[in-house]
Design a binder for this molecule. Structure first.
Ligand code: PDD
Length: 294
């Protein structure tokens, strides 16, 4: 544990400049702080090279569109800024966090300010190695999905996700799978895959879940390799008999799930299709490191 008295290491980009994290300050009138009125992205970087950068910037654009906030920076400036963030983070394997809020307003009022001045934050940090968790396999629990209806928007308003993850942690689990109207939507911070009858299945995109960039990449790699996969609604009742369950996200990449609600998934070890999918993902990461894929 880092003692609380020690300033956090590193720098972030806030409102037009790079500054030490310990000096970065946001107004108490910032609508991100008061209302959770903002959106974010998390972009993985391998060997100093971002994975699926354009797709992340496309999703940012879509999220901003949904909350009716004009993108404060042109695409070229985002690319430049994120390259600076990679440099700030020392290259290597990183997670770039970026956040855009509707900024400070003259007073607390739910309706938009007439002329928003968005707050932009970019924060590089080392990408935590999920290797040990991948080798042991993740433990998950199912919980009711109590979130709002616009889960396709990558909003910073994450209270329901935070509560679900905390409840999972208190139950000794690594992730919560969220269930709405009998269907599994996604994890608290991940998308979900299930292998049943030898076919990889994942819920189709829609308002109930975030369109995960990792999810898209995994599907693309599976299809290229000729492995059967389907995008179809995932009844929660199907989880118990699943041969394999996986979860995906930018920071945890792809993980096998070995326990669900206290019972083993399959034989309780990472499954054979997971091993194939992970080999494909790992090879893709290496190609990104070499600059041969993006
Ligand atoms: N979360 N679903 C939710 C609710 C998420 O928060 C995330 C990622 C995903 C996976 O999306 P992607 O593959 O594009 O990372 C799905 C990030 C990592 C986070 O909040 O830290």
């Amino acid at each position: 544990m880092v003692p609380v008295t020690e300033p956090p290491p590193g720098r972030c980009w806030l409102d037009g400049r790079w500054l030490p994290l310990a000096q970065a300050r946001v107004s108490v009138l910032d609508r991100g702080f008061l209302f959770g009125d903002g959106v974010y992205e998390v972009i993985p970087v391998y060997g100093g090279r971002p994975l699926r950068l354009e797709q992340h910037l496309d999703r940012l654009e879509a999220s901003l569109g949904h909350i009716r906030l004009a993108n404060p920076l042109p695409r070229a400036r985002w690319r430049e800024l994120l390259a600076e963030a990679v440099h700030e983070g020392g290259g290597g394997d990183l997670a770039l966090y970026l956040q855009v809020t509707r900024g400070p307003a003259p007073r607390r009022d739910h309706a938009f300010p007439a002329e928003p001045r968005p707050t932009v934050l970019v924060l590089p940090s080392p990408l935590a190695d999920a290797g040990a968790l991948r080798a042991r396999g993740a433990v998950v629990v199912t919980l009711p999905d109590i979130r709002w209806r616009w889960c396709h928007v990558k909003a910073i308003t994450l209270l329901a996700n935070v509560l679900a993850r905390q409840q999972a942690a208190e139950l000794g689990a690594d992730e919560a799978l969220l269930v709405r109207d009998g269907l599994v939507s996604e994890g608290s911070a991940s998308n979900v895959f299930v292998v049943a009858d030898g076919v990889v299945r994942t819920p189709p995109k829609g308002e109930h879940m975030l369109p995960g960039i990792t999810r898209d990449l995994v599907l693309e790699l599976l299809r290229e390799a000729g492995l059967p996969c389907r995008e179809e609604p995932l009844p929660a009742a199907r989880l118990a008999g699943a041969e394999e369950i996986w979860i995906s996200s930018s920071t945890r990449e792809l993980l096998p799930v070995v326990r669900l609600d206290g019972r083993p998934v399959g034989d309780g070890r990472p499954g054979p299709l997971f091993a194939r999918a992970w080999a494909l993902y790992d090879a893709y990461r290496e190609a990104v490191r070499r600059g041969e894929a993006g």
